[in-house]
Design a protein around this ligand. Structure first.
Ligand SMILES: *Cc1c(COP(=O)(O)O)cnc(C)c1O
Ligand code: SF4
Length: 335
């Protein structure tokens, strides 16, 4: 029990910070001192897929700037209601490649678990924004089918925890899941795909680090940041500890019009990632999900940006520019 006089009372846990997240676009805009008349209306898009932004992430946004690249990733806008040919509810055919509910296998040697539908932040361009989480999640109650599949599939070396965001699960649930996975002898690696530590650095608790670094499986954490301003000195200590204790730290970004579609922004992101101990892994061409038409960057522009990045940065700071093509044996590099 923490008393009000205790200095710890001032420090909110990550769960408390999540509970305090902005969910009302008007409140967020007023906090940012942006006149909502400067922006197109949000209400109908908000009803389809609600705003969710932790206060820490909101504090990284520039006040008074309706075009702020962090704000534009999360603010529901009427543009999302524009439909376009080829922009689909399930753009990467997740549901066709799930041998059991909540377990996706598209590529040799690795399987991906949809552990939860919850996220710490709702990204407008999310390719799983229409995913039917209620029936297709390997939640606690449905985990046994996924585990049984993994036990039989002896060619799988790596399990990827995804979602939603797997780090929305409490540490004790992750520990249970990890214990079940490490008991499967042919598994070698455990990978976590997460955006939560980016938007809420306090999620990287000592308990999480202890669990991830004590597990038999070799740990990999793939973060998701799209802009250098999403990362700060607040990320450094926890990521440094993870790195020192053997967790491979990578990042994937999505190339997004108006947010990171210029060479300077992309180079700054790579530099910032490296400064907090993370290597760029993938730069994804947008998955063509219904509601995200206005974020698309053409392949021609994407390739030119990637070429310019390669001319400015060392090779290890250049992410692979890829697109997910349904049926391909891996993410497909752009040429
Ligand atoms: C993207 C993805 C992976 C990971 O691919 P890597 O190239 O190993 O990073 C694995 N499984 C599924 C279903 C994916 O969509
Ligand atoms: S954090 Fe990831 S899964 Fe969640 S809304 Fe954003 S892109 Fe989608």
């Amino acid at each position: 029990m923490i008393h009000r006089t205790d200095p710890a009372w001032q420090v909110l846990t990550w769960q408390q910070q999540l509970a305090e997240a902005f969910t009302d676009p008007d409140e967020l805009l007023s906090y940012l001192e942006i006149d909502k008349n400067q922006l197109p209306p949000t209400a109908s898009a908000q009803r389809k897929f609600g705003l969710r932004v932790p206060r820490w992430f909101a504090a990284r946004m520039e006040k008074g700037n309706p075009h702020d690249p962090l704000l534009r990733q999360v603010l529901p806008l009427e543009q999302e209601l524009v439909s376009s040919d080829g922009f689909l509810l399930d753009p990467v055919a997740d549901l066709e490649q799930a041998p059991v509910p909540g377990l996706l296998q598209k590529y040799q040697g690795r399987a991906l678990l949809i552990t939860t539908g919850a996220c710490g932040v709702n990204c407008r361009y999310c390719f799983r924004r229409h995913y039917p989480y209620t029936r297709s999640t390997a939640s606690r109650s449905r985990l046994s089918a996924a585990l049984a599949y993994l036990k039989e599939a002896t060619d799988i070396r790596e399990v990827i925890l995804s979602g939603g965001d797997p780090l929305m699960l409490p540490d004790h649930h992750l520990q249970e899941l990890g214990a079940a996975l490490e008991a499967i002898p042919h598994l070698r690696r455990l990978r976590i795909h997460t955006r939560l530590p980016v938007v809420l650095p306090d999620r990287l608790t000592p308990e999480l680090t202890d669990w991830l670094t004590a597990i038999r499986l070799q740990p990999v954490m793939v973060l998701h940041a799209n802009h250098s301003r999403e990362l700060s000195h607040r990320h450094r200590p926890a990521l440094a500890t993870l790195g020192e204790r053997g967790v491979t730290l990578l990042n994937q970004s999505v190339l997004l019009a108006g947010i990171n579609d210029n060479v300077q922004t992309l180079c700054d992101l790579s530099e910032k990632l490296f400064s907090v101990g993370v290597l760029p892994y993938y730069l994804h061409q947008l998955d063509r999900v219904a509601g995200a038409v206005h974020f698309e960057v053409t392949d021609q522009v994407a390739l030119e940006l990637h070429r310019q990045m390669s001319a400015r940065l060392p090779g290890y700071l250049i992410p692979r520019l890829v697109r997910e093509l349904v049926g391909a044996p891996s993410k497909t590099p752009l040429h």
